[in-house]
Design a protein around this ligand. Structure first.
Ligand code: FHF
Ligand code: ZN
Length: 187
């Protein structure tokens, strides 16, 4: 089981490496890792388990955060509307790739945080509002999906990790809370 002790923190060089593609179909080891990553996210969002295990709540996790320099990410964003579970996303992606993105930009109104960053970093993290992503699943099947708003932001945060990029790299250090016109603010 993955716990906070397995997550490396900023300053660890692996977080700045470009992770390696994984073989497709994924090896049994990579399938097991993906499952563990998704289970960590579920546990971290379960109030009872999160307290027992001292987990910080997370909606995404990338293999490099576990000091494993592989292009594997997990995302677990439950839909806010129980009538529309398709608005959420819960999956493991092997070799995910952003095929295209909107010109329109978006950011979270609260800024972003990271399981590998034990401090608050204020500032807007401006990203694409919509992306088209390809990835392989645990069975080696290829998928191509369109994501928007919050789901798109989370997946971009995770794909950044497999490219050695941290969320604060996107923050304007001179004017962290200044937004250009037209940037969609997600509350
Ligand atoms: C999080 N947590 O998941 C943040 C951090 C925008 O690479 O957003 O570092 F648990 C992955 C509902 C709403 C339930 C929010 C991507 C952020 C990715 C993890 N928590 C939440 C929740 C959260 C990071 N990460 C603050 C830990
Ligand atoms: Zn992160």
């Amino acid at each position: 089981m993955i716990t906070m002790d397995d997550i490396i923190r900023e300053g660890h060089p692996t977080l700045r490496d470009v992770a390696k593609e994984v073989p497709i179909p994924p090896t049994a080891e990579d399938v097991a890792l993906g499952k563990e990553m998704l289970q960590f996210l579920k546990n971290s969002q379960d109030p009872v388990k999160a307290e027992e295990l001292h987990l910080r709540g997370g909606v995404g996790l990338a293999a490099p955060q576990l000091d494993s320099s592989k292009r594997i990410i997990a995302v677990h964003v439950p839909s806010v509307d129980p009538e529309k579970p398709e608005n959420g996303i819960s999956t493991v992606m092997y070799n995910p790739k952003v095929l295209s993105h909107s010109v329109q930009e978006a950011c979270l109104g609260e800024g972003e945080g990271c399981l590998s960053v034990d401090r608050e970093v204020p500032g807007y993290v401006v990203r694409a509002a919509r992306i088209t992503v390809s990835y392989y699943d645990a069975e080696g099947e290829k998928h191509k999906i369109r994501l928007k708003n919050y789901n798109a932001i989370v997946v971009q945060h995770e794909i950044d990790h497999i490219n050695g990029i941290m969320f604060y790299d996107h923050i304007d250090e001179k004017n962290p809370l200044q937004l250009k016109d037209g940037v969609l603010v997600i509350e």
